[in-house]
Design a protein around this ligand. Structure first.
Ligand SMILES: [Zn+2]
Length: 317
C-alpha cells in the first residue's frame, strides 16, 4: 500500500510558496478608475484670456504637485508659441484642424503656493509683434504618502545617490528629445495591464530605513510573466537594462509625452520600433531596484514625471 510521505508533502508546499508573487508591503491596493475609450468632446475652459487676436483658454483652476494642466491657444496670426514656468520652457504644439496646445507639467517638488506665474510668448505672422501673456498659478499639495520598504541584501547596492543621479541623467537625455507630432493618435491612453494599482506616484520612500527617494510612477500588481501593453501608440526610444528600473521600455508618444515600464523580466520590442496602443512591449518581472514582482509604470511630460493615472484621465487633444 502506498503511503503519503508527510515530510515530502510539506517540503513541496513550502517550495510552491516560493513561486507565489510577492505582495508589495505598501499601501492598500486600489482598483484603477475606469477610463472611457470613446472620443470625448473638448471640455469648456475655466478661463479665457484675449490679447490682440490671440485667445488663450485655460482648462484648470489650480494644479496639484506632479500633475498636468492643459492650455489652448488660437488666433489666425499665431505661428508658434512657448510656455515658460520656473525657468523651464516647453513648446505649444499644433493639432491639425484645431489649435495650439501646451501641457503645463508641474514637478512634484514645486512648492505648493498661490503666487506662481507662467508666461506664454506667442509669435505671429506678417511681422506682427509678439504677444506675451503672464498668468497667475496656484500649485496645491500633491498629498504624497510616506512609505518604508526593504530591499533584499543582494540589491542594497542600488541604494546609491550617485547611481540614481546617473540614471536620472540618462533618462533626462531620452525625455528631452521627442517627436514633434501627435503619435498617440485619436485613441485614449489605456492602462498597461488590467490589474490593481498598488503604490502611488510621488511617494516619499525610505528603503531599508536609511535611503530616501521619490516614486516617479505608479506600481501595479503583476506576477512575473504578465504581458505589458503600451499605454498608447508611439515610438520605442529605449529598450534595455537600467540599474534601478531593471529591464525597461520607454515610449515616445509625441509632443513631450513619454511612458516607461520597469522591472520587466523580458523585453519584446527594440529601440526605434513603432508600437500601437496595447501592443505587448514585454512581460513583467522583478529586475532592478525592486522588492517583489510588479510593474512600475511612469509618465513624463515635458521632461517632468507626472501622475500617470491622473494624466490618463485628462482630456487631451
Ligand atoms: Zn514603482
Amino acid at each position: 500500500m502506498k503511503r503519503i510521505n508527510l515530510t515530502k508533502l510539506l517540503v513541496m508546499l513550502f517550495m510552491l510558496t516560493l513561486f507565489l508573487p510577492t505582495r508589495l508591503p505598501m499601501t492598500e491596493a486600489q482598483t484603477p478608475p475606469p477610463v472611457t475609450t470613446d472620443p470625448r468632446p473638448r471640455p469648456n475652459p475655466v478661463q479665457t484670456v484675449t490679447s490682440e487676436d490671440v485667445k488663450l483658454e485655460v482648462f484648470f483652476n489650480t494644479i496639484k504637485q506632479g500633475r498636468v494642466g492643459l492650455l489652448r491657444l488660437s488666433g489666425a496670426s499665431v505661428t508658434e508659441a512657448t510656455l515658460m514656468f520656473r525657468e523651464k520652457e516647453s513648446p505649444f504644439f499644433w493639432i491639425e484642424d484645431d489649435a495650439f496646445y501646451a501641457f503645463l507639467a508641474i514637478d512634484m517638488d514645486t512648492p505648493a503656493r498661490d503666487t506662481h506665474e507662467y508666461t506664454i510668448t506667442v509669435q505671429r505672422a506678417n511681422a506682427l509683434p509678439d504677444v506675451t501673456i503672464v498668468m497667475p498659478l496656484t500649485v496645491t499639495l500633491g498629498g504624497f504618502v510616506r512609505q518604508e520598504f526593504n530591499l533584499a541584501a543582494d540589491r542594497t547596492y542600488l541604494m546609491d545617490n550617485e547611481l540614481e543621479r546617473l540614471e536620472f541623467a540618462k533618462l533626462d537625455g531620452l525625455l528631452t528629445v521627442f517627436t514633434q507630432e501627435k503619435l498617440w493618435g485619436d485613441a485614449r491612453f489605456q492602462y498597461p495591464i488590467n490589474s490593481d494599482i498598488t503604490s502611488p506616484f510621488g511617494a516619499f520612500r525610505v528603503l531599508n530605513g536609511t535611503f530616501e527617494t521619490r516614486h516617479t510612477g505608479w506600481d501595479m500588481r503583476a506576477a512575473v510573466g504578465t504581458p505589458i501593453g503600451a499605454m498608447g501608440a508611439g515610438k520605442v526610444v529605449y529598450a534595455g537594462l537600467m540599474d534601478i528600473r531593471g529591464n525597461c521600455v520607454i515610449i515616445d508618444h509625441g509632443y513631450g509625452v513619454f511612458s516607461a515600464y520597469a522591472h520587466l523580466s523580458q523585453i519584446h520590442v527594440t529601440t526605434g520600433q513603432d508600437v500601437v496602443i496595447g501592443q505587448v512591449i514585454g512581460v513583467s518581472g522583478n529586475t532592478g531596484r525592486s522588492n517583489g514582482p510588479h510593474l512600475h509604470w511612469e509618465v513624463a511630460v515635458n521632461d517632468t514625471w507626472v501622475d500617470s493615472v491622473d494624466f490618463m484621465a485628462m482630456w487631451i487633444p
